[in-house]
Design a protein around this ligand. Structure first.
Ligand SMILES: CC(C)(COP(=O)(O)OP(=O)(O)OC[C@H]1O[C@@H](n2cnc3c(N)ncnc32)[C@H](O)[C@@H]1OP(=O)(O)O)[C@@H](O)C(=O)NCCC(=O)NCCS
Length: 335
């Protein structure tokens, strides 16, 4: 039985980015853009792109395989819930999470969660609630995204921004002083029209085309992002009972270097306390924070007892931020 009094925390992590890389120079060859425009406006230099026959479920599987490589085959023992946060599920139903459950033969419930880019933090928050209430013992929380399949490659204002990838975390009860110390989850649906991809309803403005591509008002999303990265991080740090200087490592959503820098400056954190991977991966939505965490682990930048601050924003509009104290499982780097 789970000890419901225990705080939930991440005990294992895995991540995956597909090997195919598209550089800014590759994009220059197919659309009216330039490496200079993309790097100065966004910080992005390359993005990893799924193969034609590689979908969100495949990326999710790979991230779980990476978790198993880092933590051993027994790591999934006792998983009783699988959550996949994604905006690009293989199908509207069944849930991509059910495909993960079947692939790893888990005796677990499974569902997908849609909260745009902050989806993985929402999944962590859901996992935390499941574990701390005693509903579940061990939750597999995945963020997986095949965004390049829904990007309009004829729209240079969005096509250059996105990439594909996946990250997976195990969430279970952990001893003091570790675990997830705060969880800020927010939404403002009045901005739904600013970043969207229409499915089967009519909630979006006239002219929003059914289904194939995402649409974004970049300038408005930028302003929203800078504002909410500030308020959500301040709230998450305060709710954890900390001050910004207690944050060992800031791991923000990797959408745009200028947005990351603005948030870092508001928190008065030095650059060495911020993880930046947007240059390598672009924005891969729900995968961006677990991939950045794995990158920091592999670089030896996370140690037991470190307070990590994560934050994300996206379509909805939604936002999420959390402070977690990393446990002694930090040394589980990629073999
Ligand atoms: C998209 C974004 C990079 C655009 O940067 P910006 O400084 O706001 O640029 P603007 O939208 O003002 O566009 C400036 C010009 O560049 C042009 N442009 C747009 N994309 C371009 C590209 N890939 N290459 C070259 N020029 C481009 C525009 O057409 C515009 O030209 P104009 O002035 O002649 O009309 C920026 O708004 C952004 O990052 N927004 C947030 C997006 C985001 O993070 N979304 C994901 C949320 S999870």
């Amino acid at each position: 039985m789970n000890d419901a009094r225990k705080r939930a925390g991440i005990t294992a992590l895995g991540a995956y980015a597909p090997p195919k890389i598209v550089t800014n120079a590759d994009l220059e060859a197919i659309m009216d853009t330039s490496d200079e425009w993309i790097t100065t406006r966004t910080g992005i230099r390359r993005r990893h792109v799924a193969a034609d026959d590689e979908f969100t479920s495949d990326l999710a599987f790979r991230s779980v395989e990476d978790l198993l490589r880092r933590h051993g085959d027994h790591a999934l023992n006792g998983v009783d819930m699988v959550i996949v946060a994604t905006n690009t599920p293989d199908a509207l139903f069944p849930a991509t999470a059910a495909l993960v459950q079947e692939r790893f033969k888990l005796r677990a419930g499974a569902f997908d969660l849609l909260a745009a880019c902050p989806g993985w933090i929402y999944a962590l928050g859901t996992a935390k609630a499941f574990v701390e209430s005693g509903q579940c013992n061990k939750v597999l929380a995945i963020g997986a995204e095949a965004l390049t399949k829904v990007v309009d490659w004829e729209d240079r204002s969005t096509a250059v921004l996105f990439g594909d990838g996946a990250g997976a975390a195990l969430v279970e009860g952990v001893p003091e002083p570790y675990g997830i110390k705060s969880m800020v989850l927010g939404a403002d649906g009045s901005g739904a029209h600013l970043l969207h991809m229409r499915a089967i309803g009519r909630c979006l403005p006239n002219g929003a085309e059914l289904g194939k591509h995402m649409t974004m008002n970049g300038r408005e999303v930028f302003k929203f992002a800078v504002r909410v990265m500030d308020t959500a991080t301040v709230q998450a740090v305060a709710e954890a009972g900390l001050v910004p200087d207690d944050i060992s490592l800031f791991v923000p959503h990797q959408a745009n270097l200028r947005i990351i820098d603005a948030a870092r400056e508001r928190l008065r954190l030095p650059p060495e306390r911020v993880v930046v991977t947007v240059d390598e991966y672009g924005n891969n939505s729900t995968a961006s924070i677990p991939l950045a965490l794995a990158h920091a682990l592999d670089g030896g930048r996370i140690a037991p007892g470190d307070n990590l601050l994560i934050v994300s924003f996206g379509g909805g509009l939604t936002w999420a931020a959390s402070v977690l104290t990393w446990g002694p499982w930090a040394e589980a780097r990629r073999a």
